[in-house]
Write a protein that binds this ligand. Structure first.
Ligand SMILES: NC(=O)C1=CN([C@@H]2O[C@H](COP(=O)(O)OP(=O)(O)OC[C@H]3O[C@@H](n4cnc5c(N)ncnc54)[C@H](O)[C@@H]3O)[C@@H](O)[C@H]2O)[C@H](O)CC1
Ligand SMILES: [K+]
Length: 505
């Protein structure tokens, strides 16, 4: 699914109005019907308190109030209004509401006029103050109202976008200080980019997309560099296995991971790689790790380093279709040298670089130029910061991510609640599977194993990264059915990979 920019969304709105065709008031009505249905389904028989502003987001709120009232729900509407006139469609909806229920509305012009004590604790607050038309941070009356709502214990549902939150913002500016903290956000047609950033996404709560029937052909034709990954897309990418196939058809992966005291990284990455369908796996480990890996992962072959404790050499690379390097290594001089020599000797093998592999790159930036085109780097935010420097805000982080991928012609999987895969041309794919239970030791090693396994099976780097991240998150979600967010371990995630593949279908 595309994530369009605010101006594209406004154009989409206008295009739909002109070409469907539909009047803008009827489009608002359709949007409001969707919101009201969702509210009635989620909050059956609850009472609602709807805060509305003067623009079209407020218009949506006024129309939602009327629909809920028609279904005999108890609704209070608070119109927060400075001297600004209502938008044309908000004004029509205000008249319609007053005709059906003249007593539900109060208008406030000063903060003291809102009696927050009157709002029952079990009432659902609907936030329809500002939507995608927000042009500056909230101040004055609006700021006070939003701050006061955030102090209430009530659940808040935001229409389209939490009020005060910019759908997108500049890499040098910041989100305002006063933003609704929603429990749920019902977003029209597509999520907004800021939902995916840690600093702004924390305001959104659970978001749901309401398909209000905006013109699909227009969406299809829009240039776009931000996408949300869908299950449908992953299903299309999954490679089906022919009946008459053998392990030779599914590639040979090499995992260079683990060192003295960190052999678990090699075990976890190896297990994840095998569970992702690789035909053959060789784990390259230091001498002392031999017995450990052979007994923990009997399915893997081993390549033994002459060093007892660390990675200092590598086997003939030509045997392998994909290589994963980094988990549990270290940054010792000989390891750095071996890594550099390996980069110099790469031919056509696909490559994943994680953990200490990335730290070596950030401490030896000249090595970045040796990373082969289309390699996949899988940093967590701290590792990424070491590679690109400190960012001003999350939009700046995203812009550095695109620049980095374009400069070095690599794929970067930047891990987080919404892990984003950025391609060498700067296209970003946001992943929505996964949960906080996956923030656990070894989880990243598992992802390295999965992506390496998919690469070995001839998934393209883009496919391997996007599918790998999706599967990893899905397996984590399935593991959460048996475990809690606290108890989940990396091995729990790996044990659910089979079920995750089945869920894709
Ligand atoms: N996109 C769609 O397809 C549809 C959108 N709908 C809804 O419309 C809003 C966007 O409405 P708009 O009137 O453009 O903007 P807002 O309601 O968000 O804002 C109103 C108005 O307020 C002014 N303003 C901006 N920032 C501030 C501020 N900080 N303080 C005070 N005033 C401010 C500015 O002039 C704005 O124009 C969208 O989110 C949907 O909810 C349709 O109803 C359905 C189709
Ligand atoms: K809103």
């Amino acid at each position: 699914m595309k994530i369009l920019a605010p101006q594209q969304i406004r154009d989409l709105d206008q295009y739909t109005i002109q070409h469907e065709p539909i009047s803008s008031i009827d489009l608002m009505e359709r949007a409001a019907q969707h919101v009201a249905s969702e509210l009635m389904e989620k909050f059956y028989n609850k009472r609602f308190c709807i805060f509305v502003g003067t623009g079209n987001n407020g218009g949506d709120g006024l129309a939602v109030a009327r629909v809920l009232d028609d279904f005999a729900y108890t609704v209070k509407v608070i119109l927060v209004k400075t001297s600004v006139k209502l938008s044309a469609d908000a004004s029509i909806n205000l008249d319609r509401l007053l005709k059906t229920n003249p007593t539900c509305l109060s208008t406030v012009k000063k903060i003291g006029e809102v009696d927050f004590g009157q709002i029952k604790k079990d009432a659902i607050i609907v936030d329809a103050l500002f939507g995608s038309g927000l042009s500056r941070p909230l101040e004055g009356l609006y700021k006070s109202v939003v701050d006061a709502i955030n102090e209430l214990p009530n659940k808040v549902v935001s229409i389209d976008i939490p009020s005060g939150l910019f759908a997108e913002y500049d890499k040098n500016s910041a989100q305002g200080n006063s933003i609704i903290r929603a429990h749920t956000t019902l977003s029209f047609q597509m999520p907004k980019l800021s939902f995916f950033m840690p600093e702004s996404g924390c305001h959104v709560g659970q978001w749901h997309v309401l398909d209000i029937g905006l013109a699909r052909n227009f969406i299809r034709e829009q240039p776009c560099s931000h996408y949300v990954v869908s299950k449908k897309q992953i299903k299309k990418l999954r490679k089906k296995r022919p009946l008459h196939s053998h392990k030779g058809n599914y590639g040979h992966a090499l995992l260079i991971a683990g060192s003295y005291g960190k052999m678990g990284a090699s075990i976890i990455a190896s297990k994840a790689c095998l569970r992702s369908g690789v035909g053959l796996l060789t784990a390259h480990v230091p001498h002392w790790g031999y017995g450990i890996i052979q007994s923990a992962v009997p399915e893997a072959m081993t390549s033994i380093d002459r060093s007892d404790m660390f990675f200092t050499e590598f086997p003939d690379l030509n045997t392998f279709s994909a290589i994963g390097i980094g988990p549990g290594l270290n940054k010792k001089r000989n390891t750095v040298l071996a890594f550099e020599t390996m980069l110099d000797n790469m031919n056509s093998q696909a490559l994943v670089i994680d953990a200490d592999g990335l730290n070596i790159l950030s401490e030896n930036k000249h090595l970045l130029g040796k990373v082969p085109e289309n390699a996949i780097l899988t940093p967590h935010p701290k590792e990424f910061e070491r590679l690109v420097g400190v960012w001003n805000n999350d939009m700046d982080k995203l812009s550095r991510l695109k620049k980095f991928c374009q400069q070095y012609q690599v794929f970067t999987v930047l891990k987080g609640a919404y892990t984003v895969t950025c391609t060498p041309n700067g296209t970003c794919y946001f992943n929505t599977t996964g949960n906080p239970g996956m923030a656990t030791a070894g989880s990243g090693d598992a992802l390295t194993g999965i992506i390496t396994g998919l690469l070995a099976q001839n998934y393209s780097p883009e496919e391997a990264a996007v599918v790998g991240v999706y599967l990893h998150g899905k397996a984590g979600d399935l593991a959460l059915k048996k475990e809690s967010t606290e108890s989940m371990t990396a091995l729990d995630i790996i044990s659910c990979l089979g079920a995750a593949f089945k869920k894709i279908g």
